[in-house]
Design a protein around this ligand. Structure first.
Ligand code: ZN
Length: 381
């Protein structure tokens, strides 16, 4: 357990923390601001409130559900889904004072000691080493309240941290003394962004772009070779028209190898490639991925002289080395917020994986991002 003592800011004790079931006794007599059905793409009613489809979570996490009955409540639908992981909800609100009801149930484990987690609200520790099974059992609704939370940074944070396995949250409701949702902040369904990158193009462009369109997967980043652009300028144009990024993979992929070149020759290789992309309607490249991921001081200097950074990848899908479509999808599943994965335009496994990649990212609340020109981290497009 345990529910930590509340009241540092005048809140009253959590009346349900010692109860072994249900949410009775947890009431907040304030106007409702927002209620979220965590881990669900649907809304659900509970205790007279509509909990909206999941949004506002940040950092990589997972969503799960059960069809088993929830103990301790008459309508357990909201409790039957969860968002799990080490992550946070970041709700844009006007500065003010809020109270929050939090709903949990152990939907997965069948014994004590298999899950424990910490939870804080706006930095205030609320749960420490909470083991839901140990305290309540499986599929038992647990609701608790955190009162009088002062928000002065425009964002109300609910943060979960797995200690053993993952944190879990089924839903929450935010009530207000004097604040409201800040509707000037756009709502994003993306809890994080990942970079999908395809190297060694342009090749197979029409096929890849169609698959990406069919699965609403955009943007991805193509690292192209200058030597392959001649006669395929329209491929570059199509990539850009579809909203994708086109970046630099040097002029030649193999001989002469970029990493054996002088600064002057390497600069020429990168500039010629960037110029070809610009001629085809793109932007001057900002990120170099050297062929084979082999860099050198000369390459770093050449890239810097053109205002480019050198970046390889976070995860290698190994699609040039026999990885199957399932292997590629599995590699995509390892991506955390901000990371990117290396795939290739010549690899059938990676092209065929596009529908499964789209479904997997959606299930994780992750979206394709563009690579930031200064850090190469995947960020919001
Ligand atoms: Zn390559």
């Amino acid at each position: 357990m345990v529910s930590l003592a509340l009241g540092a800011c005048g809140g009253s004790p959590d009346s349900s923390s010692s109860s072994s079931s249900s949410s009775s006794g947890v009431s907040i007599n304030l106007p409702l601001v927002l209620a979220i059905n965590a881990g669900s793409t649907s809304s659900a009613s509970y205790d007279g409130i509509t909990y909206e489809a999941d949004k506002y979570s940040r950092a990589s996490s997972g969503a799960s559900s059960t069809t088993e009955s929830i103990i301790g409540v008459s309508d357990g639908t909201m409790f039957q889904t969860e968002r799990w992981g080490t992550y946070s909800y970041e709700i844009p609100v006007t500065d003010g004072t809020y109270s929050v009801k939090l709903h949990h149930a152990e939907l997965y484990h069948d014994d004590s000691g298999l899950r424990s987690f910490n939870l804080s609200v706006e930095g205030r520790p609320v749960l420490s080493n909470m083991d839901l099974f140990d305290d309540f059992g499986r599929n038992v609704a647990y609701t608790h309240a955190v009162e009088d939370i002062n928000v002065n940074d425009g964002v109300l944070d609910i943060t979960l941290e797995g200690v053993v396995d993952n944190g879990t949250l089924s839903g929450f409701a935010i009530y207000s003394n004097n604040g409201e949702i800040d509707t000037s902040v756009p709502v994003s369904n993306c809890s994080g962004y990942v970079g999908l990158t395809y190297d060694d193009g342009p090749q197979n462009t029409a096929r890849i772009l169609q698959a990406l369109r069919d699965n609403n997967l955009s943007p991805v980043t193509f690292f192209v070779n200058g030597e392959r652009i001649a006669g395929k300028e329209s491929a570059i144009q199509q990539m850009i028209a579809d909203g994708h990024q086109v970046q630099n993979h040097a002029f030649y992929h193999e001989q002469p190898m970029l990493n054996g070149m002088s600064v002057a020759d390497a600069t020429d290789s990168l500039k010629r490639t960037s110029d070809l992309i610009v001629s085809a309607g793109g932007s001057a490249t900002t990120i170099l991925r050297p062929p084979r991921g082999q860099t050198s001081n000369n390459i770093e200097s050449a890239a810097a002289s053109l205002g480019m950074i050198v970046h390889n990848w976070s995860i290698d899908a190994m699609d040039y080395n026999g990885a199957s479509t399932a292997d590629v999808v599995n590699s995509v599943g390892q991506l955390q917020d901000g990371q990117d994965i290396l795939m290739h335009t010549f690899a059938d496994a990676s092209i065929n994986a596009i529908p499964q990649i789209a479904a997997l990212l959606k299930s994780k609340g992750l979206c394709p991002g563009r690579l930031d020109p200064n850090t190469a981290r995947a960020v919001a497009p």
